[in-house]
Each structure stands twice: as structure tokens, then as C-alpha cells.
Design a protein around this ligand. Sequence first.
Ligand SMILES: [Zn+2]
Ligand SMILES: [Zn+2]
Ligand SMILES: [Zn+2]
Ligand SMILES: [Zn+2]
Length: 593
Amino acid sequence: MTDSPENPFENPAVPENPSAQEETAEKPSKIRIHKLEIDPDYKNKALERVHKIIEGNKYDLDKVILVSFEGEILQFPAETTLKVSMKISKKKMPGRLKGPVLVDNEQALKVSIAKEYDKMAQDPEMIRKITETATAREDRCFAQQNLVLQLPFWKKEFVWFEGCTSCRTTGKSKCQRCAGKGVDQCPRCNGSGMCPCTQCRGSQMIQGPQGRKIQCPTCHGRGRMSCILCNQSGRVQCPVCRTKGFTVCPVCQGNGWSSNLEIIEIEAKTDFTYPEEELPEKIVALMKELGPKISQHAQIQLALPEDDPEKVKLEEENKTEEEKKKERQNIDVFTIPIKYDVLLPYGHVEFDIGGQTYYAFMFGHTGTVIHVSPFLEEIIKNGIRKLEDAVDGRGDVAANLRMAAEYRTIRDVIICAARLPLMKAIEKVKERNALGIRDETVSDLVVKADRAIKKITDRPRLFGLLAGLALNVGLFGAYFQGPVRSLLGTKLPAEILLNLADFALLGLGIWIAVLLMQSFASGAIKKAMAGIVPKGKEGKMTPKLGTKGFWAFIIIAATFFVAVESTRHTGATVPGWYQGFIGRLIPGSVPKP
Ligand SMILES: [Zn+2]
Ligand SMILES: [Zn+2]
Ligand SMILES: [Zn+2]
Ligand SMILES: [Zn+2]
């Protein structure tokens, strides 16, 4: 047994010695562990990362010392199983479709599909194509769980015909109108073949010369004549079937047969496995978190399939009858394994920064630092103190902010807080400082920076509000007391429009006040940020109004109502809506016109 120095971060799941593992484990381990050659480049990546975090934070980088490094490369197999299954889409179409493979009936179709599928599952060319589709992807299906792969190169179409039961495959049905006779009763003579005489109208006699009645010469006194429509036959052609006696079968539209088309396609679903129980917990957590992206960190090679024919044959022979039977039953979910050989380095690093020891976890062949115990708080503590002074109003707020901003990390915090709404600023700073500093510290710093900036704009915002108020007093007074409103009243066609104009003026007043507050505040921020934000980028600041924005609304609205109320006392025209409002509020206060 090797005696490694005690490291609280070393995962106990990693066997220290492969021979010891074999003795205790029931199954031989799938993982091989290679001691990482102490590659100075690899551990230096951790040092570089820590340097990057510290840079610009007024700290001597030479004081960062790499104390220890322990790393190894895990080698383990992984497998993505492709479960190839069928997708069947059915379509019923009129007529007898040509093209697809014709089978006798539904039963025969099932047999044919099974056969085709069986053939495909045993076709080495198909297996090669499917494997190629999966491995041609950028991720080679590594770490892909339940991914569905489309395999458009395999498609079979079958059809079986079904005779129309409604017309017994003739495509024709008996004419409903003439009951299949093809003829219809003559509508003119109602089937009698005879019609009343058109001259005597059936009376047999007509008025002759000298007022005497004489026999009708047209019908020779019979009063009836043969029907001209049916030629005395009493029957005419059936208007629906035109003597045929049948019509097109409405069920099959005359085809007599319909086609049951079934299109069979295949798709593959992935199932990814790797020796999860045998890998260090931290590695398993990262595999789960990163998913297919793990391939950016690990070296993943496709393991060649077992192509020793002797061995394959032996395996086949060793299969029990039971297994063979099961294989045949499972034919509709035949599987193709894709095997990988994974090489994944990781390392534990210890640093000394100003006498304190910190830990970092490195992962993958790129030497990505995944975790560093927080150390930045300590390095920037003087800057944090200045920021706190700014918040609490000790000394000049802007000067304290500037001093705090000499630390790159805090400058980042201040700029984000000045430009973005609070929650967004916190998110952004957290995103940019994921390593080496606690999340809570980041949120705390952004909240403080936000408060300090509000402090800078406190007075300018108040001045802005006062200026807005003064402007609005003048504006509202001139509008309600002066001639503007009554002039507008004569120009506008309806009183409702004048009422709307009143409220538009209120909106305008609030807008002016907010605008003034913003411009006063942004001037103050720009001045305070002059030494913090890089030149040329000052314009992006959004001044925050805070609760003063709300008060501006209340105060301007109150001023507006005072101006309206004053019209009742100065003899100016009282707005109609206000009269109605007061009348309802204090009955009898407004004299009825
Ligand atoms: Zn039919
Ligand atoms: Zn007919
Ligand atoms: Zn007739
Ligand atoms: Zn007649």
C-alpha cells in the first residue's frame, strides 16, 4: 500500500491499488487507473486559472504558490446501445395502389414486416450504416440518453387490398332514384302516356261557327292526346343514372377496392452506460452535469468491435437455447452496441495564497478548473471595505467607490450594478465570477454597489423632482387658469376629447418630471463613474429611480388635482369630469345648470 498524504478531497471510491481491488471486488474492475505523469503544463493550467481570477485585484501574483498536485487518468469503457425499432404509418387509399410490395392481407403483412425486419437486423451492411449514422455525429452519441436517431436509408412499403363490402367490389351501387330500372315515370303524364288535349282541354268539344259546339279536331273528340314528353310510353330516362340503373359506389368512389398502405421506417434510440459505481463521485457528478459535452474534456475513442470470427462463433455456440429464443422474440428491438474507450484525467491541486491553503479540482484533458475554494474575498477585502464605506456614507461616496473600483472584481460589480437592474446585475456578475468567490459574496457586493450608486443619485433625483414639480405648477396653472383650455374647448368637437386632453397633460407632467430626475441622476452617475468605467462607455448607464419614481407620480398627480380644484374658486371653467366627480363626492356642492 502506498502512503499518500492525507487529502480530505481525495475520493475514497478511487482504488489506490488495482491488485487490492481485485481481491475484494466480486467482478473484476472495468476501470484502469493510470498515474498521471506529472505534466507541468497540466498543473500549470490550474495556476494560470487562479492567476486570471486574481489579476487586476492589486495582488502580487508571485505570492500564489502551487503546493501540491495529485492527478491520475481514469481509463474506462462506456457503451451506447442503439435500440433499433420500427415506425409504422398506415394510410388507406381508394383503388388498387401499384408500387408497394403487395401482400394478401393484414396477417400476411405482419409476417412480411417481421421478415424484412429480421433481414435488416442481420444485414452487416445495415448494421454498418446505422453505426455510421450514430458515430458520424459530433458527439458520436457518447453520453446521449434516449436520443432518437432517424435512419432514413431504410424504408419499406407494403400494401394489401380490401374489397368494398358496400358494392361487393363492383364499384357500382343500385340507383336509388329508379331502383335500378334506369327509367323513371314520366313527370308530364304521370306514367299514363296520355295528356289532356291542348285544344279542348279534355272537354272533347270546341266552340264552332254560329255558336254551335263541334267535336275537337285535334283529339277527334277523345279529349286526350299522346304525351309528347315520353312519346306515349309513360316512362322517361332516369335523371340520376341516365338509363344505366346504377351509380358510383359512394363508399369506395367507384374503385371497388381500397388499398391499405403501410410504410415501415426505422429509428434508433440511445441508451448510454458507463461504470458509474466504480468512478469517483465527483467524476460521476460531472458526467451527469455535462452530458454529451463531456467529450470536450475527455479523450473518447471508439473501441473496435469484436471482429475475431472464432470468438464470435464461440460466443454464439455458448448461448443457451433460452437465450436464442429470447433473441428471436426481441427481434423488433434489435440493438447495436457502440463501444468507447474513455481517457479522463483529473487532479487535485493545493495552493498557498498569502499563507493560506486553498484547494482546486481540475478535470479533463484541457485542465479545466471546475472548483476552487473561495480565496478572492481575502484578496479584495480592502476594496470591499471601501464599498461598505460608500454605502454607509462614511466620507465622500464617489471617492470611496472609485477606490473600491481599483479592484477589478469590484469594478466589475459596480459597473454591472450601474448598468443593469439589481437581479440581472447579480446574475451577470455571478456568471463572470464562477470560480474562487462565494456566490453569496457576489450577491452581497452587487447589492452594496447598487445602494452606493443610489446614494450618489439621491440628491440629484430630489432636485430633478423639485424642478419637475415647479415646471408642472406653471404648466397646469397656465392650462386651467389661462386661455389655453377654453380655446381648446372651442376647437375640439366633443367634450370627451377635452377631458382626454386634461389627462394627457397629467401624463406629460409626470413624464417631464421622470425625465428631469433621470437626466439629473445620470449626470451625477457619469461624474462618479468617470474614473471607474472605461472612457467612451459611460453612456450606457441607466439611472435608477427607486421609490422616488413612485413619489414623483404621486406628487405630480396631487399638483394636477390642486390646479383643477383651483378652477372652482377662481372663476375659470371647471372641467366637466371634475364637476361630475365633485357632485358625486359632495352632493349639492355643484349648482345644477
Ligand atoms: Zn364500393
Ligand atoms: Zn336511375
Ligand atoms: Zn308522358
Ligand atoms: Zn281535344
